[in-house]
Design a protein around this ligand. Structure first.
Ligand code: SF4
Ligand code: SF4
Ligand code: FES
Length: 395
């Protein structure tokens, strides 16, 4: 078969350099490397290191999207340097220069190496990342775990702990204490495992922590960042539903009521009415509830943010105080969708990682192994058919 690979060509890499111990400000270095376009950004960095500057700091090990050590930002987007082809990186580069920076939300050790212990691993430890089994009631032989339960946790088990989601988590940017996407996805791995005996305790702990599951703002950044389709935000949503719907846990920071306020406002008006959101999150749907003392306190605490939003014209006083209006027909459609969802007996789970699996069909296929292995673009790690790297399925 003819070799269709393209010949080696020049690529320009712009690498952010920073050594905190030097006391100098960060700088940018530019190097031109020569490689085939299907080779990875990591190979490009290693060539620059071998040829031009041995002091460039980059962490890597497997070079096959398995170990999670080469997480960086390429043209502003988080990803694995070993898993990003040079031609793909060039396609998103400004002025033909591929820009490589360290991941965000973590302190820099040197150049592209960030301190994963200081943030990422500390947060993973926070969620007790091991099985808490009932030692006294151990079965005589091995635990037999239902196949569905294992499939249910496969998505969170696919995490390679690269920290790309942590790097781009918007909530963590404003609240560094937020437990964060990777650690919470790990928490679901045990909350979804029937052998673990402390589901309630785990969920209560993560609900009541003001930096726990209700600190996520649903920005989708972690879903976009994850090279393994773990979709951490989805796992966080599942933790929330298990906590509130299955275990009746009320979180101290009002997350459940806040979510309820969101959905009722959208149902009533078609769009969010921001000025109503805060009082309803505390006082519920009643008129009297608006005067809940905690709503007043929260309003006072939020004044700096509100002022900033007004100054930057993200909100105008008129738009904030008056409910937004949408055409009646559109509102009816929204309410119809809401009715359909509310009328469902069963909850639709968000685990879309496994595809091609249908247990109702006689002779059903086993779960798609490619999907379990995680998405890939270099042939080494096959993508799930019908699933994009974010774990969303395509029709
Ligand atoms: S969806 Fe939540 S956890 Fe994910 S990046 Fe956004 S704030 Fe962070
Ligand atoms: S959830 Fe995805 S992005 Fe986050 S650490 Fe795991 S593999 Fe990396
Ligand atoms: S070097 Fe292992 S994931 Fe990139």
């Amino acid at each position: 078969m003819a070799d269709t690979r393209k010949p080696a060509q020049d690529f320009t890499l712009r690498i952010r350099r920073y050594d905190p111990e030097s006391g100098e400000a960060p700088t940018w270095d530019q190097h031109t490397i020569k490689l085939e376009p299907h080779r990875s950004v990591l190979e490009g960095i290693l060539q620059a290191k071998a040829k031009f500057d041995g002091s460039i700091g980059i962490r890597c090990s497997c070079r096959a999207a398995i170990c999670g050590s080469c997480g960086v930002r390429i043209n502003g987007q988080p990803g694995l340097a070993c898993h990003t082809h040079l031609d793909k990186a060039l396609a998103t580069a400004k002025d033909g220069v591929i820009e490589v920076e360290p991941m965000g939300n973590m302190p820099i050790i040197k150049d592209l190496i960030v301190d994963m212990d200081a943030v990422h691993w500390k947060k993973v430890q926070r969620v007790t990342p091991w099985l808490l089994a009932d030692d006294e009631n151990m079965p005589e032989r091995e635990h037999v775990v239902p196949r569905e339960s294992m499939i249910d946790v496969t998505q969170s088990m696919a995490c390679i702990q690269c920290g790309a989601c942590v790097s781009d988590c918007l909530s963590m940017e404003v609240d560094p204490l937020f437990v964060g996407p990777a650690a919470l996805a790990k928490a679901y791995r045990f909350v979804g495992d029937p052998r673990d005996t402390q589901h309630f305790e785990r969920l209560k702990d993560l609900s009541e922590d003001p930096h726990g599951i209700f600190d996520c703002t649903h920005c989708f950044k972690c879903i976009e960042a994850c090279p393994k389709g773990v979709a951490p935000m989805n796992q966080i949503m599942r933790l929330r539903r298990r906590a509130s719907a299955d275990h009746g846990i009320e979180d101290r920071n009002n997350g459940v009521r806040h979510e309820h306020a969101f959905t009722t406002l959208v149902r009533q008006g078609g769009l969010l009415h921001e000025a109503e959101l805060l009082p309803r999150s505390y006082g519920g749907d009643s008129w009297f509830g608006k005067f809940h003392p905690n709503a007043g306190q929260e309003l006072i605490d939020s004044l700096p943010v509100i002022t900033k939003a007004l100054l930057r014209r993200k909100v105008t006083p008129g738009a904030a105080l008056k409910p937004h209006r949408i055409p009646k027909e559109d509102l009816k459609s929204i309410q119809r969708i809401s009715d359909v969802i509310e009328a469902r007996d069963e909850r639709i789970e968000l685990n879309l990682y496994i595809t091609g699996y249908d247990e109702e069909t006689e002779g059903a296929k086993e779960p798609n192994v490619a999907a379990v292995a995680g998405g890939g673009e270099d042939g080494a790690m096959p993508s799930a058919p019908g699933a994009d790297p974010a774990g969303r399925t395509k029709e």
